[in-house]
Design a protein around this ligand. Structure first.
Ligand code: GLY
Length: 396
């Protein structure tokens, strides 16, 4: 349990004179190419969406049914913020209508990823443009997400029917990122029920998903009848006792976002504990292997996990006092990760239907999206670049 977890020390890193400025310039230089890629993909996807990950370098085009479709919407909102170009906003607003239809017809909505889906589409629309329809749709999505809340053990079940014995009572670290939808629903709808469920879930994740060494289980089972904790295991990681890189990245960012909504300082501390564990296991070029237990340099990278980590570290920099001993290291790691992504992982010969951030892994053992671009990698790359050069108002 996290009361007794070990927070590893990290070796201090300092930004050299002019380094911050040079990386900002590199980001600004890269942005026109990235926006051009978003333009090409807007034409390619039309009113449909990219699949979760590319196949042989190109996104299959799908209807609004995957858990990942809003990462494309999120890219459009960011592109609009960068450029002010109306076409991005219009397409993102068409997506909002698509997400409205999806929740009204309950089309592929029986999972916890409604948070990812409705934060980046409808909450973003409401925050950026005051879109009232989007606000109403987000509230509906939060209500559907609440159906997955198990009162006795206080968690939101990730996958499957609530009475499916293989999935019952399973929470996963990724869910930390789905909880902002519930806090937002309480804020905009005035009913505290959503926030209370989110607070309960994050407390159970804090207690059980984090191991004593500051690593995380990918998934953890609770007994829905007694409320007792059962056991942790993995779905996408290397092994049950390894630390799946993207899960750890969801943890760093997700505990931090939950801190922002609850003010619970233990979550801020936990985010740093997970970050330190992650940073201490980075290869030289700062882009992690797909599991933090891997050390063989021939292992596949998961650049998407590094993009998520960079966003989380930049948010930590915002939250920590300037005197905090690790603050500058977090900033240095985040900015240098961004630099490495732009130098070695950005798709610089982009064609319509391709992704932005190369060399991610969706599910290594399932052989899905291995060494491909993925929808969230592209989104978090753009979020990280935006965070690095502006005081971005978060969609989360
Ligand atoms: N949330 C699922 C994944 O990160 O693959």
């Amino acid at each position: 349990m996290s009361e007794t977890i070990n927070k590893e020390m990290i070796a201090p890193q300092r930004l050299r004179d002019g380094e911050r400025l040079a990386i900002s310039q590199k980001i600004r230089d890269a942005m026109p190419g990235i926006l051009a890629a978003v333009d090409r993909n807007s034409g390619y996807f039309g009113l449909r969406f990219p699949d979760a990950a590319c196949k042989e370098g190109v996104y299959p085009v799908i209807d609004n049914q995957e858990w990942t479709t809003s990462f494309w919407t999120g890219q459009l909102w960011l592109a609009w913020e960068w450029s002010g170009k109306q076409a991005y906003r219009e397409l993102a607003e068409a997506h909002v209508r698509s997400f409205g239809e999806r929740i009204a017809t309950r089309d592929h909505t029986d999972h916890h990823d409604l948070g990812f889906l409705y934060s980046l589409s409808c909450i973003a629309a409401n925050k950026l443009t005051g879109n009232r329809e989007a606000k109403y749709i987000a509230l509906q999505a939060a209500e559907v997400l609440m159906e997955r809340y198990h009162e006795k053990c206080g968690i939101i079940q990730a996958w499957g029917a609530l009475d499916n014995p293989e999935q019952q009572g399973r929470m996963i670290i990724d869910c930390n990122m789905n909880l902002p939808l519930l806090y937002q629903a309480s804020l905009i709808g005035g009913d505290n029920r959503y926030a209370r469920a989110a607070e309960s879930h994050i407390e159970q994740a804090r207690r059980y998903i984090v191991r004593q060494d500051g690593s995380t289980f990918h998934t953890y089972f609770m007994d829905v009848n007694t409320g007792e904790a059962r056991f942790g295991n993995t779905h996408q990681g290397f092994s049950d006792d390894s630390c799946w890189s993207r899960g750890q990245a969801w943890g760093v960012y997700g505990f931090l976002l939950n801190y922002l909504y609850t003010g619970d300082a233990r979550l801020l501390e936990l985010s740093q504990t997970l970050a330190n564990y992650f940073i201490n296991r980075l290869p030289e070029d700062l882009i992690c292997y797909w599991d933090l237990a891997l050390t063989d340099p021939r292992s596949e990278r998961d650049s998407s996990a590094s993009a998520i980590l960079a966003c989380a570290l930049l948010e930590l920099v915002k939250q920590l006092p300037v005197t905090h001993p690790d603050r500058e290291t977090y900033e240095a790691v985040a900015l240098r990760t961004i630099e490495k992504m732009l130098d070695g992982y950005l798709n610089k010969t982009h064609k319509a239907g391709e992704g932005l951030l190369e060399h991610s892994v969706y599910h290594f053992k399932g052989n899905v999206g291995v060494d491909e671009c993925c929808a969230w990698g592209d989104y978090y790359l753009m979020e990280a670049l935006t965070r690095a050069v502006s005081t971005w108002n978060s969609y989360w």
